[in-house]
Design a protein around this ligand. Structure first.
Ligand code: ADP
Ligand code: MG
Length: 396
């Protein structure tokens, strides 16, 4: 990565404002944090800063309060969990800027950790308001971005503050960029991308960009129907984007011209309605009944995909193969997850749902990298510049 990191700056006794992504899932009924992946992911940076005697001021958003104080979106339960994970007290303030916050920061000693209240209680955060950014920056001497999940957003805490403070990357941001950029830009070959998820429209740029890099592109998920429709098949009542047929056709053309294997399913699991208890059956792609819908890839397709994966040296997976939230339609996703976890290759998972599927199966430690940022990883893999990364100091 060509950006400075916490290693490149003297943090001793400095007030360091660290943008982290503590937007963790919370059970609406119990208020419990249901997944602490994002909490664990920022520990290396915090430990490094504490170990080097910085005063660590963490800031994050949680949920979508849209510029208002929403009580259930306060960060104190997250601070409690972070304290437990760190084995060290993390204090939390009642707001993220203002007199009381400045006082709390003034009282910090080297090695202390303070978490500021939800940034998005102020509309200035998402508006990238200059006055709000200046207030945040005024709390610190150095800024660290370790929030990969929001690096694709130009907000006050990701871009605005960098106008006022020396700005460097944390270890999580560095790792994400190295894995998603360096590893996939000069991949060990064959390089296979597996792309699924709900819609073609969400993934067009990704597929287009991947066609410049991969040897194999395997397509599953809801977008299969649009590709099949573009190839002249009937897809019944499946989720389709009729206006994206031309784009699907042009992606298939591009693959053909470049000599890349764009692999569509040969069989599918279809259902008579969108329901976990729906009637289902396996059909070939030319046999989708008029009033049924595509819900998963079929057994023959799974074997074809597994064959391609087993001979790959680099794999990128984005988007589930079917409606995996319904167990009856999760087979494709689960088998692909198992295969990716088992092969001897560099394996990178991006996309919120695919990461969830891998995590649910307990396979996270068996893949090279699971990205913590769905939207940000998609942007990066599309070849877009991430404003939160771009704003950091370049390496000399
Ligand atoms: P990711 O978060 O991994 O990038 P997406 O957000 O693009 O993935 O898509 C995830 C959603 O796609 C899941 O909720 C899943 O149910 C849905 N999906 C997958 N296959 C189908 C299908 N055949 N029909 C409808 N929805 C599907
Ligand atoms: Mg998603």
């Amino acid at each position: 990565m060509n950006k400075k990191t916490v290693r490149d700056i003297d943090v001793r006794n400095k007030r360091v404002l660290v943008r982290v992504d503590l937007n963790v899932p919370i059970d609406a009924e119990t208020g419990n944090i249901t997944d602490e992946t994002r909490i664990r992911a920022i520990v290396p940076t915090i430990k490094y800063l504490v170990g080097n005697e910085a005063k660590v001021i963490l800031c994050s958003h949680l949920g979508r309060p849209k510029g208002q104080v929403i009580e259930p979106l306060r960060l104190w339960p997250v601070a409690e969990r972070l304290s437990r994970v760190m084995g060290k007290k993390v204090k939390v303030t009642h707001d993220c800027i203002g007199h009381d916050v400045s006082e709390a920061v003034a009282g910090m000693k080297a090695g202390d950790i303070l978490l500021l209240e939800n940034l998005r209680f102020h509309s200035g955060e998402e508006d990238n308001d200059d006055a709000f950014a200046r207030s945040l920056a005024g709390l610190a001497d150095i800024y660290v971005n370790d929030a990969f999940g929001v690096a694709h957003r130009a907000h006050a805490s990701t871009v605005g503050v960098t106008r006022y403070l020396p700005a460097v990357a944390g270890f999580l941001l560095e790792k994400e960029i190295d894995m998603l950029h360096r590893e996939l830009d000069v991949p060990a070959r064959p390089f296979t991308a597996v792309v699924g998820g709900a819609k073609v429209s969400d993934k067009i740029s990704l597929i287009d960009h991947m066609l410049d890099k991969v040897d194999n592109l395997l397509i599953g998920g809801g977008m299969v129907s649009t590709f099949l429709l573009a190839s002249g098949y009937e897809v019944g009542k499946s989720l389709i984007e009729r206006d994206k047929c031309d784009l699907a056709a042009s992606l298939m053309n591009k693959a053909k011209k470049k000599g890349i294997n764009l692999v569509l399913p040969v069989d599918l699991v279809v259902a008579d309605r969108f329901d976990k208890n729906a009637d289902s059956k396996t059909v070939s792609i030319s046999g989708i009944p008029a009033d049924w819908m595509v819900m998963d890839i079929g057994p023959e397709t799974i074997e074809v995909f597994i064959g391609k994966l087993k001979s790959s040296k680099t794999v990128m997976w984005n988007g589930p193969m079917g409606v995996f939230e319904f167990p009856a339609f999760g087979t494709g996703t689960n088998r692909i997850a198992e295969t990716i976890a088992a092969i001897d290759a560099t394996t990178v998972i991006s996309g919120g749902s695919s990461a969830e599927a891998v995590e649910r199966m307990g396979l996270t430690s068996k893949v090279t990298h699971v990205s913590t940022g769905g939207g940000a990883s998609l942007k990066l893999l599309e070849g877009s510049i991430l404003p939160g990364l771009d704003a950091l100091l370049d390496k000399d």
